[in-house]
Design a protein. Structure first.
Length: 386
């Protein structure tokens, strides 16, 4: 059994990255319901992210998305983040919202379009240099809608060529994180549809290329924790895009749809040493009908709760039961941890850090939501559905 002090120490060392696009009006392919007081600029997104960090103590970095967060001076933006007690996290590229990308970006049959997409990815690395970001997160919407539309093998060659060029441009301390998604927006074939394809490219590229597991990017019933275990074992798990899904890529709050799955994932992370390595715990969510800052705080808390339960698994007892072939005993050890109410433990951890035990209540009492509602008029709609 892990000592409570070790569990607490592990919990305070965890950091969860929040995405700039979750603070703005975004999400869903249908109606984006505008909320009052949403950020109008990247700086205002950072202001909101600072609130999340202030009340949770574990969300010090913010992922940016280019061009949704385009500014003239990225070093100045990083300086502003620092003034708010934050750092800029992963830079997310966008090769999916331009008319030129109808048939794909880096896999497009036309070399001119491929060049344009590659130039954007290289620009993202320039931005990383300015912000001090470690990770470039690549998600490609590339694929085809109809059998025969394009040659799937040639598309892999084009993808490899672009990834090689980006990889060659990375600095010593920078990483390329390749995300996969089984379908959407392409419906017949997707160029990076699964962890195997992402892994094959990352393996060929080298040690600075790793796979990102977006929890919403799998077919129903997929054993995501198995993928996590395998990638960690191979040293190729770069990080997570956490969110929840009921149907497709729903981008709902992590831990809302299936907290048990999140616990199983976090158990494999703890088991595989990923908790203490460079695995990035990022959120990739949109909040279309719920108050955004509170939803992000809730999401951070959900990750913390799953992590705490994973840390509480009695691994010695589990090992004994597994070695003895005690099927029910082993399962019970895992379920005991999952069924533990870890909220008092997390409240204690927060109080020991000088934080309020209930971050949502503290945020609600702070008056920040009311303040931005009156101060920010005309919030921008940038991002999904924009
Ligand atoms: C798209 O489905 C993905 O989950 C990406 O991670 C995407 O790049 C992100 O949502 C915004 O940049
Ligand atoms: Zn994602
Ligand atoms: Zn997604």
């Amino acid at each position: 059994m892990t000592a409570p002090s070790a569990v607490k120490a592990a919990l305070t060392s965890q950091s969860i990255e929040t995405p700039s696009w979750a603070y703005g009006n975004s999400g869903t392919r249908f109606k984006v319901f505008a909320q009052e007081g949403v950020p109008r600029t990247p700086r205002e997104k950072l202001d909101d992210a600072a609130q999340v960090h202030r009340y949770t103590g574990v969300a010090p970095t913010v992922a940016l998305h280019i061009p949704w967060d385009r500014v003239d001076d990225y070093a100045a933006l990083a300086g502003y983040a620092e003034d708010q007690g934050l750092r800029i996290g992963a830079i997310n590229s966008n090769t999916f919202q331009d008319d030129d990308y109808r048939l794909g970006s880096v896999c497009h049959p036309d070399a001119t379009v491929r060049r344009k997409a590659l130039d954007h990815l290289l620009e993202c690395v320039d931005i990383m240099d300015a912000t001090g970001s470690r990770d470039l997160k690549l998600w490609f919407a590339d694929g085809t809608n109809y059998p025969g539309q394009d040659d799937v093998r040639s598309r892999q060659d084009r993808l490899a060529e672009a990834l090689d060029a980006v990889y060659a441009r990375l600095g010593d301390d920078q990483r390329l994180l390749l995300e996969y998604k089984f379908f959407e927006p392409a419906f017949y074939s997707t160029d990076v549809p699964d962890w195997g394809t992402a892994y094959a490219h990352c393996l060929r590229l080298g040690p600075k290329a790793e796979v990102v597991v977006d929890t919403g990017h799998h077919a129903p019933g997929t054993n995501i924790e198995f993928i996590v275990a395998v990638l960690l074992r191979e040293g190729k798990l770069g990080g997570f895009d956490f969110n929840s899904r009921f149907y497709a890529d729903d981008d709902l709050m992590v831990g809302a749809a299936d907290p048990f799955q999140l616990f199983r994932i976090m158990y494999e992370v703890v088991r595989g040493g990923g908790f203490t390595s460079d695995v990035a715990f990022m959120l990739d969510q949109c909040h279309n009908i719920e108050p955004k800052i509170q939803a992000i705080i809730r999401s951070v808390m959900n990750v913390q709760e799953a992590t705490a339960k994973a840390l509480l698994v009695d691994r010695d007892a589990l090992g004994v039961a597994q070695a003895e072939g005690d099927v029910l005993g082993a399962n019970a050890v895992l379920m005991d941890a999952f069924n533990t109410d870890v909220r008092p433990l997390l409240a204690e951890v927060r109080e020991e850090q000088g934080l309020a035990p209930d971050p949502i209540a503290a945020f609600r009492a702070s008056g920040w939501a009311e303040r931005i509602r009156t101060e920010r008029v005309g919030g921008q709609q940038a991002g999904w559905g924009a």
